[in-house]
Design a binder for this molecule. Structure first.
Ligand code: ATP
Length: 238
């Protein structure tokens, strides 16, 4: 079941000085929300605050009504939340197949897992050809596919992605963006998409949120943001 992610008044960081300040954000069901902003704006910290990797000093984060501050990080996946961190977190000593199976470890439905695995291989043909390769032999694009594929193995309803386009060729980036749009449209998966690649993210997003110095400075539609020269110059540098 898809649900809404709701963040209210979130103040979070790593020590005494907060990185995020009084931040509100919504990811409605079946929507892609792009989080944009310059280096250091707090985008990664936002994903970490959602997944237990940053200290929250105040505020509320709920998913489908569940207070995430009361959910162990290892249980987020049971609520349908899958995190694809920056750098893809591929386990380089394990094969593609082993990495993918890790994503379904918590499930006890073996048959459905096998079906999901073949679905991931259908989706990512390069991974199917390299299923017995160790992670370290994969290209950047293949690692990104593997990170997303592993997340899909947990049957998520919400995916949190940190810069999936980082280091990828434009064509591969376009393919990853198109895939995220398909996951939303066909499977109803919601996506919180942190990106430096503004064009790529806006091409599929339903909403765009711009962070600056840990605050939300713009929350709008991709169309309005694309037409807002002042905001683009001030916060996105183009
Ligand atoms: P980038 O696109 O460069 O990753 P970002 O928008 O994701 O930028 P964050 O990585 O969230 O930004 O960083 C926001 C601020 O938090 C920066 O000032 C950064 O130096 C600081 N920061 C990030 N990680 C840590 C950490 N582990 N400990 C202390 N400070 C941190």
């Amino acid at each position: 079941m898809t649900a809404a992610l709701q963040v209210r008044g979130l103040t979070a960081g790593y020590g005494a000085v907060p990185v995020l300040r009084d931040l509100d954000l919504d990811v409605p069901p079946r929507m892609v929300v792009a989080v944009l902003g310059a280096n250091g704006a707090g985008k990664t910290t936002l994903l970490r605050a959602l997944t237990g990797g940053a200290l929250t000093s105040s505020g509320q984060i709920t998913y489908g009504g569940h207070d995430l501050s009361r959910v162990a990080v290892s249980d987020l996946v049971r609520l349908g939340i899958a995190h694809v961190p920056e750098g893809r977190a591929v386990i380089t000593d394990l094969t593609v197949d082993e990495n993918l199976r890790l994503g379904g470890l918590w499930r006890d439905d073996r048959k459905a897992q096998r079906q999901d695995l073949s679905r991931v291989y259908d989706l990512f043909e390069p991974l199917a050809r390299r299923r017995s390769y160790p992670g370290h032999l994969l290209s950047g694009g293949e690692r990104q596919m593997l990170g997303i594929g592993r997340a899909l193995m947990s049957r998520p309803t919400l995916m949190l992605l940190d810069e999936p386009s980082l280091g990828l060729a434009p064509q591969t980036t376009a393919a990853i963006m198109a895939l995220l749009a398909t996951l939303r449209d066909d499977q109803g998966i919601s996506v919180l998409l942190v990106e430096q690649n503004v064009g790529g993210a806006l091409s599929i997003a339903d909403r765009a949120v711009v962070l600056s110095l840990g605050r939300v400075v713009v929350s709008t539609t991709p169309q309005e943001l694309a037409g807002d020269d002042r905001a683009r110059h001030a916060y996105l540098g183009y």
